[in-house]
Design a protein around this ligand. Structure first.
Ligand SMILES: Cc1ncc(COP(=O)(O)O)c(C=O)c1O
Length: 373
């Protein structure tokens, strides 16, 4: 039986092991565990890669979202629009700060919120939108920026799943995360750029917002023991930063590989009439953190998952429910989001990583092609 992994971190590490191990050893030898040289080096490297004016490394992607929101100076009860079909972190950060998450439906074909799904939710209390570029596919930022400008709303982009993806905004190609006001990312081990533990970053071209985020992440201080704001402690540690500096050099290749893996799937799976392959639009370059298909309603997803599992093919369901349906979030909305709900029943993510071999992919595709309805 094939041994196919959903994500293969071990093989990826083996290919850069000497460099990663040397980088870790240096941090240990220098005892530069918190802040210092290696975190600064990574910050500069990521700034250069993104072409961002400011990068603020932090503890994880959820912290990044919280820090971005804290920097916006919102007040209790202000509303922030978040996707209803998504990982919980954006809604969670909003709710934790005593703000009100307002759940927007997503487009069925892109999994993302759009100007159309957001527009009717805007009220006098709306102050910001968190756009999540789900599965690595950027949302239509041109239209969302247009809407946000009209209503004077701030845009936080969550690129935890989409670092390195690009968006086209009025003919300009931008890094996902730099089209809005603040970008937030995660370096969780399965992400496009990933460390060996927890890590995250906030980035922005807005000097004031970036200054505030940096203070917020460091107990509200610019100068040691001078606390101008009530902040938190959220740090990327030296070992993770050193690993990320090594891996950032590979990010271009990793992204190309993800796109190649996706193209292989697309070519073969497009012929199957009971599933829909991921859409690529003219306004974005997908970074394929996940390869997520949509099953026809006639397909019993649990049966298909069991059939694939029997053949040694792991799959994941991101996400099996919508956020407003979750117990903790029902207090904010009872509204049913049609597309979100439908997607939560019909999505299936296939193995997608930088080490997937063509013969393994062919095996996965054959298994799907031969699936008896
Ligand atoms: C879209 C999205 N936002 C935020 C996060 C949170 O990142 P972290 O796990 O680093 O806190 C994740 C993590 O999976 C995510 O997928």
């Amino acid at each position: 039986m094939q041994t196919i992994q959903f994500v293969d971190l071990h093989t990826q590490y083996q290919k850069i092991k000497p460099e990663v191990d040397a980088a870790i050893e240096k941090v240990i030898n220098d005892s530069a565990f918190i802040g210092g040289k290696y975190v600064n080096e990574f910050e500069i490297a990521l700034k250069t890669y993104l072409g961002a004016d400011h990068v603020i490394p932090c503890g994880n992607g959820t912290d990044a979202l919280q820090l971005a929101l804290m920097a916006l100076d919102l007040k209790h009860g202000d509303e922030v629009i978040v996707p209803g079909f998504c990982f919980v972190a954006p809604a969670e950060a909003v709710a934790l700060l005593n703000l009100t998450p307002v759940f927007a439906d997503v487009d069925f074909d892109t999994f993302n919120i759009s100007a159309e799904t957001i527009a009717s939710l805007i009220t006098e209390k709306t102050k910001a939108i968190i756009v999540v570029h789900l599965f690595g596919q950027p949302a239509n930022m041109k239209d969302i920026i247009g809407l946000a400008k009209k209503h004077d709303l701030k845009i936080i982009e969550d690129v935890a799943q989409a670092l390195g993806a690009r968006v086209n905004v009025n003919g300009t190609c931008l890094q996902a995360g730099l089209a809005g006001d603040i970008g937030c990312t995660s370096f969780f081990p399965s992400k496009n750029l990933a460390c060996f533990g927890d890590g995250g970053a906030v980035f922005s071209n807005d000097d004031e917002l970036a200054k505030k985020v940096r203070m917020m992440a460091n107990h509200g201080q610019q100068k040691k023991y001078t606390h101008e704001l009530i902040g938190v402690n959220s740090r990327l540690d030296g070992i993770q930063a050193a690993i990320l500096t090594v891996k950032l050099k590979q990010l271009g290749i990793y992204l190309l590989t993800r796109r190649r893996v996706a193209a292989f799937y697309n070519e073969r799976l497009d012929k199957i009439n009971w599933l829909q392959i991921p859409l690529e639009t003219e306004y974005e370059a997908h970074s394929y953190n996940q390869y997520t298909i949509i099953l026809d309603p006639s397909i019993h997803r649990a049966h298909l998952v069991a059939y694939l599992k029997e053949k040694g093919i792991p799959t994941m369901v991101y996400y099996p429910g919508t956020l407003p349906e979750q117990q903790a979030y029902q207090v904010f909305s009872k509204e049913s989001l049609r597309n979100s709900k439908e997607l939560s029943k019909r999505v299936l993510s296939l193995p997608m990583h930088t080490e997937l071999e063509p013969d393994q992919q062919q095996f996965i595709c054959n298994a799907l092609i031969n699936y008896k309805l």
